[in-house]
Structures are given as C-alpha cells and as structure tokens.
Design a protein around this ligand. Structure first.
Ligand code: GH3
Ligand code: MG
Ligand code: MG
Ligand code: MG
Length: 306
C-alpha cells in the first residue's frame, strides 16, 4: 500500500456477486468505468474470493441457489481479515423483515433492483471513501512516516496482544533491538537529509529480511529499531539477529567514519518463554535486548549479542 496517500477509486477492487448473468453484466457495465470490477456467480465463490483477494467492497445479491447473500455477509463479518469489507446488498425483494436482516448481518447499505446507475455509483463511492479513509488513518496511526515501518503506537497497542496470544500457545517470542553504529558521525559527515535516506535504506534492509506475516519491525527511536518475532526460540532469534547485521554490512552503504567505511548496525536480542512468569512483561523484555545491545556496542559494534 502507498503510505503517502489514499488510493484512487480506479485502483479499488469491487466484487459483484450475482447468480444471474444479466445482473452481473449490468452492474459491471455501470461500475467498470470508475472501479476495477470482478464478478462471481455464487455465494461460495464470493467467500473464497474475499478471503483470497480482499476486495475493497462487495455488491451482494440476496437470493442465490447455493449460499444466500445474508449468510455470505455474516461469514465475511465473522472473520477478522474480511470483516471491514463493506457489503452492499443489491436486491429486488426488500420487505422490512429482509431489510432488518441485512443490517443484522452487518450490511453497510442496500440498492434496489432495477438499479439506478447513478445511485449505485454514488453508494459505492460513499462506502469506498469511508473504508479508504479509515484504512489510511489506521495506517498513519501505526506507521512511522519516514521509514514506513511500524511506530511506537503499534508497539504499545498491538504487541501486548500478540504476546498474550504467544503465552496462550505456550510458545516463545524473540526480540531484537537494533541500533545504527556511529550514526551521529554519519549525520555530521553527510548532513541530516542524507541521514534520513540512510535510515530509510536500513529500514528497508531490515524489512526485507523479516518476512513472516506476524513479525514486526518497529522504529523504536531515532536510529533504533525493534524487531518482534513471535513463536521463535533463542536459536532462531540469534540467527535472525546475525542475518540483519550481515545484511546491513553487505549493503555497503558508504560511511567515511564507519567500520570499514560502511554503515553497520549492532543488535541485542532476548527471548521470552511463556513459562517464564518473571519476564512476563514487554518492557522487561526490551530492557534485556537493550542491555545485550550495549554489550554488542562495547565489544566493537557490527555484531549481534544475546
Ligand atoms: P553508536 O554507535 O554508539 O550508536 O553511536 P551513534 O552516533 O549512532 O549514537 P548516538 O545515539 O550518539 O546518535 C544517534 C544519532 O541519530 C543522533 C541523531 O542526530 C540521529 N538521529 C536520530 N533520529 C534521526 C532522524 O530521524 N534523522 C536523522 N538524519 N538523524 C537522526
Ligand atoms: Mg439471485
Ligand atoms: Mg541510538
Ligand atoms: Mg547509534
């Protein structure tokens, strides 16, 4: 996702679900000029498409032979990944009972058949706008603007929930604190703007090397990054920490006053076990990683310690 602005309607994927070919064609013809449309002909296809492709909005027929629209909507609203996709019902039969049923399963709106093209387009736009704005604000709240990484707000809001989940699963979580070496000297040599670019480059290298969906790379402070690795043990954490140190060194970002004239990082890591009640606290875990980082600095930088 572009982190600087809200994406345009033309990039929004609208899913049209209807068992009648003529209805699908009509809706698609109306909407195709402004949005990117995909069509499916059954409730079950709609659910599997949504889980896989996460469309921005769903136009949903009420009556279909396999799974009806109400059940499709309820299924989408029950799953965390699909619950925020707005659903607009498109139907010819709408008494008060069905209307209420639509709201109860989590519909955002409904449009009557035969559809008025202008009303349909406007309703779709309104709900897309709400969704895109909410997504954008959430993204801004939880990300650092310079690097695009997660920020401290994400750390305090989301990570404790993740750690609780790890504890319930009786597993472990690895934490790595990363700090760029001699970064003050980098700024002094090349200027603050180049320093910002360096931060972006290092952030990208860290992200490229942390690939599991539940892992998080957080900009913790100025040139400090915190990496949270749920369900990883001590050996795994150590391996990742060393990989990060190597990856930054291998990138050979010039730094006249750095180790071997390159930008390098130091890393300190710690691992929390679900059974280890004494350390059942994010702050304590970060402190552990931080004191290991101090050791890495003391031992000459450009290395990981745990
Ligand atoms: P060490 O190897 O011991 O970590 O030395 P260091 O110079 O990296 O450590 P120090 O904490 O003294 O310096 C951190 C520097 O990071 C100081 C500050 O100017 C710079 N910095 C912090 N945030 C930013 C930022 O957003 N942009 C830029 N360009 N520099 C930043
Ligand atoms: Mg139908
Ligand atoms: Mg620092
Ligand atoms: Mg530093």
């Amino acid at each position: 996702m572009d982190r600087k602005e809200i994406k345009p309607y033309s990039q929004c994927n609208v899913l049209i679900v209807d068992d009648e070919p003529m209805s699908r064609l009509l809706l698609q013809t109306i909407l195709d000029t402004e949005f990117h449309c995909t069509t499916v002909e059954s409730g079950s296809d709609a659910i599997s498409y949504c889980v896989e492709a996460l469309p921005d909005l769903v136009l949903l027929d009420m009556n279909m032979p396999d799974i009806g629209g109400l059940e499709v909507c309820a299924t989408l609203k029950a799953a965390p990944e699909t619950k925020d996709i707005p659903v607009i019902f498109v139907t010819s039969t709408m008494d008060i009972k069905s209307e209420n049923a639509c709201w109860e399963v989590g519909a955002s709106d409904f449009v009557m058949k035969p559809v008025n093209a202008s009303t349909l387009t406007h309703r779709v736009k309104t709900h897309l706008q709400n969704k895109l704005r909410t997504e954008f604000l959430e993204m801004m709240t939880f990300h650092d603007q310079l690097t695009g990484l997660y920020n401290r707000m994400y750390l305090t809001k989301e990570i404790p929930l993740l750690i609780k989940q790890v504890a319930r699963d009786q597993s472990t979580v690895g934490v790595i604190m990363v700090d760029i070496d001699y970064f003050k000297l980098f700024n002094d040599t090349y200027g603050h703007l180049e320093g910002d670019i360096c931060l972006q480059n290092v952030a990208e290298i860290l992200s490229d090397n942390i690939r599991r969906p539940k892992d998080a790379v957080i900009r913790f402070g100025g040139e400090e990054f915190l990496i949270i690795l749920p369900y990883i043990d001590e050996d795994g954490t150590k391996l990742v920490a060393n990989q990060l140190v190597d990856a930054v060194a291998k990138a050979k970002i010039p730094h006249g006053k750095g180790i071997e004239n390159r930008v390098s990082i130091s890393a300190g890591f710690a691992v929390w076990k679900a059974t280890d009640v004494v350390r059942d606290d994010l702050a304590a875990l970060i402190e552990d990683a931080d004191s290991s980082l101090f050791e890495a600095k003391e031992l000459g930088r450009n290395q990981a310690r745990g």
